[in-house]
Each structure stands twice: as structure tokens, then as C-alpha cells.
Write a protein of this length. Structure first.
Length: 364
């Protein structure tokens, strides 16, 4: 699963990517600094993993990860191929969620591609280009479906109605994710078309250091603009966070964070938010050799979770032994949880819960 960092040129995308992944994507004060998408595999911060490590004392610990993609900046006319438009839109189509970076700071030394700071205008520019590209997708599909609908094909007629609704919404400046369509129709007719504006989005307000904890008037404008989108808004002082991330000493990093009023890096909150945005959750395996966080989609069954480890585990699934994280911490070991009768034995229908500590029994 991939989350793509998008935005206009020079809003802080590559600096944010560097901060998150420690991969040094080029970061410079001019448009199109990032030409090819950079991909970073980022650890998901999780204090539960640290606690399990303390209790089990394993040989190694492996956290959950999420892929973050830094994508070239977009400009007006991208949907028609302006700038790096076609490449940008192709790259973003391949991601599963959008981290939309908006510049919410004033700095005369950092050039804005449109000459002034206005996060709402910037947001509208990106939204419009993505919506225009989706409108192109709808119109192409509609041409094919209309021909079948005219023959009396009921299925085609139903699909035509949904496509016309999408076309109308996009022409009104709505993103696909905001157009009201039933869950059933969305899964059958909308999802297969991979609309860019159907992807979940998190708005990242890139602020200056003094606004890191409380935000500023630009952030307030963004929150007001997206209040009906069911989207999260995160405030991040990307520049100072990137500087702090460069420090090798943990205690030194903490001192700098406290100086700007933070208890943890804002980037850690962003990674967790991206993980949630991708509809992912974590279960754990815990043994002497390894304590590990595994990623599964929300709603996954026990066999599906087993399949994340190895396909044979899913094929030959017999049962799962499940310990709730809080019980594991409360009793201090798997043996004590068993003795207390708190270890659950679950079958194929069990829905995995975030934080479950699991062992799988299988036969291939």
C-alpha cells in the first residue's frame, strides 16, 4: 500500500519525504526538483511494539511499514499535459491514498510558483486538475457504455446512470469521493475505474516553526475549506522537523522538539495517519526469536492475516490463538495469559482486531 505526497512545486513535498523516510530526495528552491517519484519504506511508530519487546526480550524486532511516494509537483494545465502533468497523474494513480501538502507559511526566500501564499487557491488548483483527469476517464467510459445501453442492456443502463452522476458531480467541482453513490454501486462501477479523486486524502499544512503547535490563519482557512470532505488536517513544521530528524542523538532531538512545544515528531503522527488513511491495522506475533508488527486491512479474517506471513498459512489455516494486547501487558507473558484463561482460540470467521497478538496453527 502506498501513500503519495502531492502538491504544487515548492510547497515542501521533498523535504517532508526526506523527513519521513531519511531517503535524501533532492530538495531545492525551484519547481520540478523531484522528477522521478521517490519511494521510501517508512516504519510505523508504535509504542505497543516497544512494550512487547520489553516483555519478550526477542532476538529482533520488526515494525510495520508504509510506502511513501514523493511525486513531482503539479501545475495548472496538468490534466492537459502541462509541466510534468501526465507523469504526475500517472504516478498518483498508482498510489492508494493522497498526502496533500499545502504551503501555510510566509517566507520571501522560498519562491511560490504562483507568486503568493494562498493554500486554498493551491488546493483548488490541484483538485481541479485531478477532477479534470477523472472527468476524462468518465467520458471515455460513458461513450462505450451508452452504446450498450441503447440496445436495452439493463446492466449498461444502470452503469450509464452512475457514470452520468459522476460526470455531473465532477463538472460541479466535486471529487469522486464526495459524490453520493451507494456502497454497492461504488464497489461495482466506481472502484474499477481507479479515479484519482476517489482516493482518501490527508491535508498536511506546512507551517513555520512558531506555528508548529497551534497552527495559524492559513491553517484555519484550510480547515474551513475541507470541513465537509471528511478529511483529516495535520499541522507540520516540515523544515524544522527535517532539521531535527538529521540529529543522531535521541535526547538532543527530544530537547529540540520540546523547544517548539512538541512531545513527539509531527512526522510520527503523519505516518500513523497515513497508515490509518490506507485502512490498515496492526497485529503482532511475539516469540523469543522475533517480535513483529504485521499489516492487514481493517476487517481482515484470521486466515487472511495468516496469509500476510505466508500464503501456505492461509491455505492450510486450522485456527488462530489470540491474545488481546492489553491482556498480554497486564499478565506479562503468554504463559500467564494461558493460565488465566485469557487466550482465545478462533476459527476462520474471526475478524482480526488492531493490536491482537496471534499465533497460527496450519497444515499444508
Amino acid at each position: 500500500m502506498k501513500a503519495g505526497i502531492v502538491g504544487l512545486p515548492n510547497v515542501g513535498k521533498s523535504t517532508l519525504f526526506n523527513c519521513l523516510s531519511n531517503a535524501k530526495a533532492q530538495s531545492a528552491n525551484f519547481p520540478f526538483c523531484t522528477i522521478e517519484p521517490n519511494v521510501g519504506v517508512v516504519n510505523v511508530p508504535d509504542t505497543r511494539l516497544q512494550k512487547l519487546e520489553e516483555l519478550v526480550n526477542p532476538e529482533r524486532v520488526l515494525p510495520a511499514t508504509v510506502d511513501i511516494v514523493d511525486i513531482a509537483g503539479l501545475v495548472k494545465g496538468a490534466s492537459k499535459g502541462e509541466g510534468l502533468g501526465n507523469q504526475f497523474l500517472g504516478n498518483i494513480r498508482e498510489t492508494d491514498a493522497i498526502l496533500h501538502v499545502l504551503r501555510c507559511f510566509d517566507n520571501d526566500n522560498v519562491v511560490h510558483v504562483d507568486g503568493s501564499v494562498d493554500p486554498i487557491r493551491d488546493k483548488d488548483t490541484i483538485d481541479m486538475e485531478l477532477q479534470l483527469k477523472d472527468l476524462e476517464t468518465v467520458e471515455k467510459k460513458l461513450d462505450k457504455v451508452k452504446r450498450a445501453a441503447k440496445t436495452g442492456n439493463k446492466e449498461a443502463q444502470r452503469e450509464e446512470g452512475i457514470l452520468l452522476k459522476l460526470k455531473e458531480g465532477l463538472e460541479q467541482g466535486k471529487s469522486v469521493r464526495a459524490i453520493e453513490i451507494s456502497t454497492e454501486d461504488r464497489m461495482e462501477y466506481v472502484k474499477p475505474l481507479q479515479f484519482i479523486t476517489d482516493k482518501p486524502v490527508l491535508y498536511v499544512c506546512n507551517v513555520d516553526e512558531k506555528s508548529a503547535t497551534s497552527g495559524n490563519e492559513y491553517v484555519d482557512q484550510v480547515k474551513e475549506a475541507v470541513k465537509d470532505e471528511n478529511a483529516e488536517v495535520l499541522v507540520l513544521a516540515v523544515g524544522i522537523e527535517a532539521d531535527i530528524a538529521e540529529l543522531e542523538d535521541f535526547e538532543e532531538r527530544q530537547v529540540f522538539l520540546e523547544d517548539i512545544g512538541l512531545t513527539e515528531p509531527g512526522s510520527a503522527k503523519l505516518i500513523r495517519s497515513a497508515y490509518k488513511l490506507l485502512n490498515q491495522q496492526t497485529y503482532f506475533t511475539a516469540g523469543e526469536k522475533e517480535v513483529r508488527a504485521w499489516t492487514v486491512h481493517v476487517g481482515a479474517t484470521a486466515p487472511q492475516a495468516a496469509g500476510v506471513i505466508h500464503t501456505d498459512f492461509e491455505k492450510g489455516f486450522i485456527r488462530a490463538e489470540v491474545i488481546k494486547y492489553d491482556d498480554y501487558v497486564s499478565y506479562g507473558s503468554e504463559a500467564k495469559v494461558r493460565d488465566a484463561g485469557k487466550l482465545g482460540v478462533e476459527g476462520k470467521e474471526y475478524i482480526v482486531q488492531d493490536g491482537d497478538v496471534m499465533h497460527f496453527r496450519f497444515n499444508v
